[in-house]
Design a protein around this ligand. Structure first.
Ligand SMILES: CC(=O)SCCNC(=O)CCNC(=O)[C@H](O)C(C)(C)COP(=O)(O)OP(=O)(O)OC[C@H]1O[C@@H](n2cnc3c(N)ncnc32)[C@H](O)[C@@H]1OP(=O)(O)O
Ligand SMILES: O=C([O-])CC(=O)C(=O)O
Length: 387
């Protein structure tokens, strides 16, 4: 043991630690790689597994895009037929999920209902803890098939309507609308809905996907990760914005009221929902495609008033702030014109994004590292409990 009692020289004090480089909100931080999608704000493009999302929206149905996100390649005819058959077989609302939904008050937010439904589905799956790639893929496909009935039934029960059983002669989007409204709408509506599902499916490390990856990184199960992702998507700075856009439209009322409404909103420093994006600063790559779908719905339902309000608010806000619309801006009024209740809009986003979330859960699990950043402590200095 060294005796230090006779030491006279004082050791040089250590150099102060450099101030930590804190990136609040993780702005600009690259935390991992992904092969699922590429968001490029420079070229204003979005690729799913290499394919521009606009091309997918123009030429493919949502089932094909879901398959692409999970498998990395578009399905061939036999693969698509097999996947479609499995999806159709898994559409019916499960009795225990219906029972759990029925226990919830109709005052519950539909996102809380969807979150609960995912949790119930997970708790009832005997293979919930099996995180093998095969088991996770099966769970992803099963959730994909099951969620439309949850969203559709929840909207119907709020309207005092009965459950509508699925039809297996319809594709994903036509059946989703059928289960919601009890009839298959015009092809204009079905196609616009399918486009919205494709555009919402995946967007790299957005907040809800990152949430799913954080949960997966602890070796928790897929259902827990999706449940957490639903919670993250609910907020109005993320997926909840499509609902919030419709509240804005309702608040403004008509195009001639945009200017005074915006004057007051900006004076109160309100965030204008449906505008701005963490990554895109010159416009969201998905907006032109969704705007075209909205225009088709406006023409079909003869609602030029919606077009006037949309265009006027966009023009005024861009002129004043230089901040462009994100995908939620056209999606909100589009879902309204399709006939959905405003509170149902974000659950529609869930039904789509479950594809991207689960693709990321599988990617994270395949190359895992616990996600655990550091923080800089700014609380009171060390102190001691008095005896
Ligand atoms: C599918 C999706 O999740 S897309 C996003 C959906 N969310 C919304 O539409 C909510 C409204 N938008 C926003 O709140 C923001 O634009 C976000 C959260 C999406 C992105 O935010 P960030 O990247 O963190 O940008 P940040 O909030 O720092 O904005 C930068 C500046 O632009 C302003 N700004 C950004 N968006 C808006 C907006 N929608 N309305 C008013 N001001 C805005 C901010 O107030 C800030 O101004 P400041 O520098 O004077 O303080
Ligand atoms: O990428 C983001 O931050 C939000 C978004 O647009 C999405 O999740 O689709």
């Amino acid at each position: 043991m060294t005796d230090t009692s006779t030491t006279t020289a004082t050791a040089p004090s250590p150099a102060p630690a450099p101030a930590p480089d804190i990136r609040k909100g993780l702005t600009g931080v690259v935390v991992d790689v992904t092969a699922i999608s590429k968001v490029n704000p420079e070229t204003n493009s979005l690729l799913y597994r290499g394919y521009p999302v606009q091309e997918l929206a123009a030429a493919k149905r949502f089932e094909e895009v879901a398959y692409l996100l999970w498998h990395g390649e578009l399905p061939d005819a036999a693969e698509l037929a097999g996947f479609r058959a499995a999806e159709r077989a898994g559409r019916a609302l499960r009795p225990n999920v219906r029972a759990a939904i029925d226990l919830l008050p109709t005052t519950a937010h539909p996102m809380d209902v969807v979150r609960t439904a995912v949790s119930v589905i997970g708790a009832s799956d005997p293979a919930a803890a099996d995180a093998s790639p095969e088991a996770n893929l099966a769970k992803a496909k099963s959730l994909f098939a099951a969620l439309p009935a949850v969203v559709a039934y929840d909207q119907r029960r709020r309207r005092g309507q009965d459950l509508v059983a699925p039809r297996d002669d319809l594709d994903y989007s036509a059946n989703f609308l059928y289960m919601t409204f009890g009839e298959v709408p015009d092809a204009t509506v079905v196609d616009a809905f399918d486009v919205s599902m494709i555009l919402y499916a995946e967007h790299s490390f957005n907040a809800s996907t990152f949430t799913a990856r954080v949960i997966t990184s602890t070796l928790s199960d897929l259902y827990s990760a999706v449940t957490g992702a639903v919670g993250a998507l609910k907020g109005p700075l993320h997926g909840g914005a499509n609902e919030a856009v419709m509240h804005v439209f309702d608040e403004i009322g008509s195009a001639d009221r945009v200017v005074p409404w915006l004057d007051a909103a900006l004076a109160e420093k309100r965030k204008i929902m449906g505008f701005g994006h963490r990554v895109y600063k010159r416009g969201d790559s998905r907006v032109p495609t969704m705007k075209a779908a909205l225009d088709a719905l406006i023409a079909y339902s003869d609602r030029p008033d919606v077009a006037a309000l949309y265009d006027t608010l966009e023009a005024e806000f861009v002129a004043r702030k230089g901040i462009h619309p994100n995908l939620d801006y056209p999606s909100g009024p589009a879902y309204h014109l399709m006939g959905f209740d405003t509170l149902t809009f974000t659950p529609l986003f869930v039904a789509s994004r479950v594809t991207g979330w689960t693709a990321h859960i599988m990617e994270q699990a395949a190359s895992n590292a616990l996600i655990r950043p550091l923080s800089a402590y700014v609380g009171v200095d060390e102190r001691h409990v008095r005896a």
